[in-house]
Design a protein around this ligand. Structure first.
Ligand SMILES: *Cc1c(COP(=O)(O)O)cnc(C)c1O
Length: 366
């Protein structure tokens, strides 16, 4: 038995006019829908007490393990409104599986894939009015799991809570997709061999905040992290995977080396590119290779990818040594933009879903 019956406690809904005002310009991660999901786990009972609750504060003991030892993992996916009014999500089972891989690394309990998807369905169905219909708008879903046993001893908690909250999201780029500059961090690492780099956990993000602040001081939106041992092998950005595009159409992306996150956008783009007959190389990639290729013209485009921004073209790579790579006015590149259009087209229902990636949640006339 992996399905649970959700107890539903209806929220006082935000009045229609106020919700519409939020949806007109939602930004990112600022406003939340009327409801949230909570499911409790403990060693004796497993997963239980599945609930749809009014969005709001959660009871938490000051000795909760997550507050002291950072035992937390999360996911990120979106719900999209199709032109016919249907609401869909994109590859939710892949997020469910990845949550479980993160759970294993952080010694948290695994959540049955069906229960994860059921939780997403419950929330998106009850808060369907919150899925915006404007261009490039979506409802961002944030599933997460915390250890909330009240105990200061250092061991894996025997009590946890899984939750899902949702937040309407506007287009990541207002005024068209613009290339960003990224900062090569020489000083700070996000992952090392045997660490938590491949898990989607809050701790990885905590350690990326200082280098991201330094990057911003240099006019860069994101940090490029390298393998902490070689300081030359590229891992990924703080929250996005990286691709380099060769003039001959070959795509190169760092292999899943145990330090980087197995991005669902990355995985999907690999498939789309291969389906076009392009070669995708998942292997070790170095900063040196990127610099040399950009300098001799064999590497023509670079982009970062992840659920929030889908694809972000990279215009420049900078470091303490100065500008290492500069695509100038050639960015955003042609292949970068055409892959972005194809993937967002599938998500928003304007391009055929030939891989069965789209999962319908709410049908417009029913
Ligand atoms: C979430 C995340 C990504 C992107 O994964 P998607 O599934 O494509 O959203 C990449 N890197 C890190 C570190 C992440 O946390």
């Amino acid at each position: 038995m992996t399905e649970l019956t959700f107890t539903r406690t209806p929220a006082t809904r935000l009045p229609d006019a106020e919700r519409e005002a939020v949806l007109a310009d939602p930004g990112f991660g600022k406003r939340f829908t009327d409801h949230m999901i909570s499911i409790v786990w403990d060693r004796e009972q497993g997963w239980h007490d599945a609930e749809v609750l009014p969005y709001g504060p959660i009871p938490m003991d000051p000795a909760s393990s997550v507050l002291h030892y950072g035992q937390e993992i999360f996911e990120g996916l979106k719900a999209y409104r199709h032109p016919n009014g249907d609401i869909v999500t994109f590859r939710p089972e892949a997020n469910a599986q990845r949550l479980n891989e993160s759970a294993a690394r952080l010694a948290l309990p695994e959540l049955p894939v069906e229960l994860f998807v059921q939780a997403i369905r419950e929330l998106v169905t009850v808060d369907a009015d919150w899925v915006p219909s404007g261009h490039d708008q979506s409802l961002y879903l944030r599933p997460f799991m915390i250890a909330d046993e009240s105990f200061l001893g250092v061991r894996a908690a025997e009590r946890a809570r899984f939750m899902v909250i949702a937040s309407p999201a506007g287009p990541y780029f207002t005024g068209g997709v613009k290339p960003v500059s990224i900062w090569l961090s020489g000083e700070h690492a996000r992952a090392g061999r045997g660490g938590t780099g491949a898990a989607k956990c809050g701790g990885n993000y905590a350690s990326s905040l200082l280098p991201t602040r330094i990057a911003a001081q240099h006019g860069c939106a994101q940090v490029l992290f390298t393998d902490s041992a070689t300081e030359d092998t590229i891992d990924e950005l703080g929250g996005m995977n990286l691709f380099l595009v060769h003039r001959d159409g070959r795509l190169v992306t760092p292999e899943l080396n145990g330090n980087i996150l197995d991005g669902i956008t990355r995985k999907s783009l690999i498939r789309l590119a291969q389906d076009r007959g392009l070669t995708v190389e998942e292997r070790k990639v170095t900063v040196g290779e990127w610099r040399a290729g950009a300098a001799d013209g064999s590497i023509t485009e670079a982009f970062a990818c992840g659920t929030a921004a889908v694809i972000t073209p990279i215009g420049q790579l900078k470091s303490e040594q100065g500008v290492l790579v500069d695509f100038g006015d050639r960015a955003p590149g042609e292949l970068t933009m055409s892959l972005r259009d194809e993937l967002t087209g599938i998500q928003f229902g304007t391009v055929a879903d030939r891989f069965g990636w789209v999962e319908r949640i709410v049908t417009a006339e029913g």
